[in-house]
Design a protein around this ligand. Sequence first.
Ligand code: PLP
Length: 394
Amino acid sequence: MELSRKVMAISDSVTLAINAKAKKMRSEGIDVIGFGAGEPDFNTPENIRNEAISAIKKGYTKYTPVPGIPELKSSVCKKLKNDNGVEYEPSQIIISNGAKQSIHNALMAICNPGDEVILQMPYWVSYPELIKIADAKPVFVETHENEGFRYTLEALNKAVTARTKAIILNSPNNPTGTIYSKKELEAIAEFAIDKDIFVISDEIYEKLMYDGNKHVSIASLGDDIKERTILINGVSKAYAMTGWRIGYAAARKDITKMMSNLQSHETSNPNSIAQYASIEAIEGSQDAVEAMRREFEKRRGYMVDRINSINGLHCRKPEGAFYVFVNISGIKGKNINGRNIDGSVSFCEALLDEVRVAAVPGKAFGADDYIRLSYATSMENIKEGLNRIERYLA
Ligand SMILES: *Cc1c(COP(=O)(O)O)cnc(C)c1O
């Protein structure tokens, strides 16, 4: 019997697959250095964990309203106003099971079959699949290292058609670490207004920016662009809360209503206990966030310098998130220890097999000349892992 063609066409997450292989090797006693992590290596701050325990003790263990408890929605409104300078009413907020579900619900709410959604390449692995699940078509706009992996207006104007429904923006970016300046966002906002399309703005890494840069949300650039922006954020990356599964979207009221209707049948409300803990994350002390950010910044500096000193590798300094996107074109086509390195997948396989270092092939992000190394791991691991890569390439 034929199974679903739509779901069969969905690929599994390569990032998760590499991590699974590394984990399996580790469980067999093999000492693997993992650069694959897509989540902070820190524990969730204690004040947040305590709020969850208290929520359990108070018996906050039942269904909540589908789009989230009013207290958390109001915390999100306050946060968006104070941090991002953009005002929403609680009815314009929907809390979901992670930012990933928010993006899924957003695409489902705006797309019709045949619609096109523009995204930049290299891209976060889930975007193309989520677009396809919504019966729309991903339109890839290649971005280049020498332009900081940023959309250019020229490329956007080439990609846009009468069927374009939305553009996905992810600043700070996974996997490149790129951030967009206010000026660049203004140009994209003008483009979106001119072409009458939505902007899905994934701001999940907003708290992880370096060199004194400050996050700008495209939604804050005026009422016209706010109307057509679906702002996505969550607690996973900022508060080391990946396992708690709380993300949110802010958008036009009719859109959040549709997202809520959809969510009511998919998953109902996100976890009640995690919602209470997220109020503490957003409204409580932000000291732990700053401590984690500083540690990431230190690791980033070390990692970028080391990589650029290794023969055959180079990278630009990422401005945000916790990934270094390493250019391996100097190695592609070479034969190392009898292995033909024909691209990012064979290079990552070689690193795992020969020196027990786990990295994510750029091919997963649509960029085969690169690998992604995460610095969400200890300085000690970073040093040892880079020593091994250097030894392998020597
Ligand atoms: C991690 C990540 C997310 C997903 O976050 P969750 O809230 O854990 O679902 C969304 N977008 C990007 C770019 C990410 O890297």
